[in-house]
Design a protein around this ligand. Structure first.
Ligand SMILES: Nc1ncnc2c1ncn2[C@@H]1O[C@H](COP(=O)(O)OP(=O)(O)OP(=O)(O)O)[C@@H](O)[C@H]1O
Ligand SMILES: Nc1ncnc2c1ncn2[C@@H]1O[C@H](COP(=O)(O)OP(=O)(O)OP(=O)(O)O)[C@@H](O)[C@H]1O
Ligand SMILES: [Mg+2]
Ligand SMILES: [Mg+2]
Lengths: 228, 228
């Protein structure tokens, strides 16, 4: 389903080289639920961006459902993203001038969903994350954790086959964070979603089947979770 | 030192009213170290912005070192902020087009610190948060946790009398987060800094002398910590 081989990401900065990823091999099956952990700067967001077809490796290969991603055109990448992938960004990346509801409807527009169904699905997604009473607020009229939950609702609204989430509970208190990760578990069970999330929180990471650990741009550990 | 009486913050949205703060009384002594906790949307960032003179109450009074803040002019507020307060924003608010070092030097410029001393202090602050090797990166060339640490270094560079931090470890792994909060404890001890930070993490909150809990815009609890 997801196969990375020898993936590197190297930034040239003047005379020096920053190795964000130094050669990652990773195999993730359809329908698996995986957490990615590691220290600040270890390459987690970089890895997730490559998995989500938002960035390309410097070298190495990425095969998604048997298709070589690094060989795709921009149009093909855009189609994969809108059809298969829901992405929650570490810093949310909401559109500032539109409401929570409009932000959540956006991927549904790209997916060609009609007007009434779009509104219904977006409202349902916002309801799932506890924000029905904040639908018409713009991002600067929302708290940090509310913005994060809008970003989550936006990623879920199209019921994507693959959910990628970068620290989805980072701005949330433990009760709200647990509710969100239990929502991910439920979608994973009910619609067989492949879920990959980055987290710093060991308690949140234990809600998965497997934990991949990064350190300095390399996989340092890859272990099953005893009781997800 | 810090005295809030009957502080409210009310937003008018079309026909409805959002009570971000519904009447807060709070007394914080010079040199105290306090954590503010509470669910997402309970008013923590709103409270911190008022304490940091970045926002004004809808009603109620704020007395800082015996001076009525809600009666100050914009110029007086700006001077209080640059002389007394270091603020770490929940979403960092770094300048996108300037490097980490330049971002950290900015408050030192406002405080009238000379060129060479500014550079020395900014480098020392970045070193304290473990980012000496990322000084010349711009924010989009830094990981989420590295950006957060730049925001922290910026707040500390001027050795402010009052440090206000909105979820300063939210984007950090537990080891790096603990290092940061121990740094706050050390400054609190060594220079008698008044430290107030918002956190969702109960482990991080226990590194203080006192925990204030908000719920729905009101103080719901205010208790000493047994072993800070
Ligand atoms: N400009 C605004 N207009 C309307 N409502 C607002 C505005 N800013 C904040 N709010 C509302 O005020 C409430 C408190 O917001 P605040 O940012 O203080 O919460 P918080 O405790 O920091 O939450 P979090 O833990 O999610 O960061 C929220 O319910 C939010 O929706
Ligand atoms: N555009 C860039 N140019 C240069 N270096 C970069 C760039 N983007 C990221 N980096 C570096 O690559 C490394 C990995 O970054 P990444 O964002 O993947 O880390 P992370 O594991 O997500 O960290 P965090 O937990 O702090 O979010 C970091 O050391 C960062 O400084
Ligand atoms: Mg990251
Ligand atoms: Mg907040």
């Amino acid at each position: 389903m997801i196969e990375l081989s020898g993936v590197t990401k190297i930034y040239q900065m003047g005379g020096t080289e920053v190795r964000a990823l130094g050669g990652v091999d990773l195999f993730i099956d359809k329908g698996e639920m995986t957490a990615i952990m590691g220290p600040s700067g270890s390459g987690k967001s970089t890895l997730l961006a490559i998995l989500g077809c938002l960035d390309v490796p410097t070298s190495g290969a990425y095969s998604l459902d048997g298709i070589n991603v690094e060989k795709m055109t921009d149009d093909q990448l855009a189609r994969v993203r809108s059809e298969k992938i829901g992405f929650v960004f570490q810093q949310f990346n909401l559109l500032a001038r539109t409401t929570a509801l409009e932000n959540v409807m956006l991927p549904l527009i790209y997916a060609g969903v009609g007007g009434r169904e779009r509104r219904r699905r977006a409202q349902a997604a916002l309801d799932m994350v506890g924000l029905s009473d904040r639908m018409h607020h713009r991002p600067n009229e929302l708290s940090g954790g509310q913005q994060q939950r809008v970003a989550i609702a936006r990623a879920l609204a199209n019921e994507p086959a693959i959910l990628l989430a970068d620290e989805p509970t980072g701005a949330l208190d433990s009760k709200t964070g647990t509710e969100i990760i239990e929502l991910f578990q439920q979608l994973h069970r009910d619609i067989g979603q492949t879920v990959i999330y980055v987290t710093h929180d060991p308690f949140i990471a234990r809600h998965t089947q497997r934990i991949v650990r990064l350190a300095d741009g390399l996989v340092a550990g890859d272990d099953p979770v005893a009781h997800p």
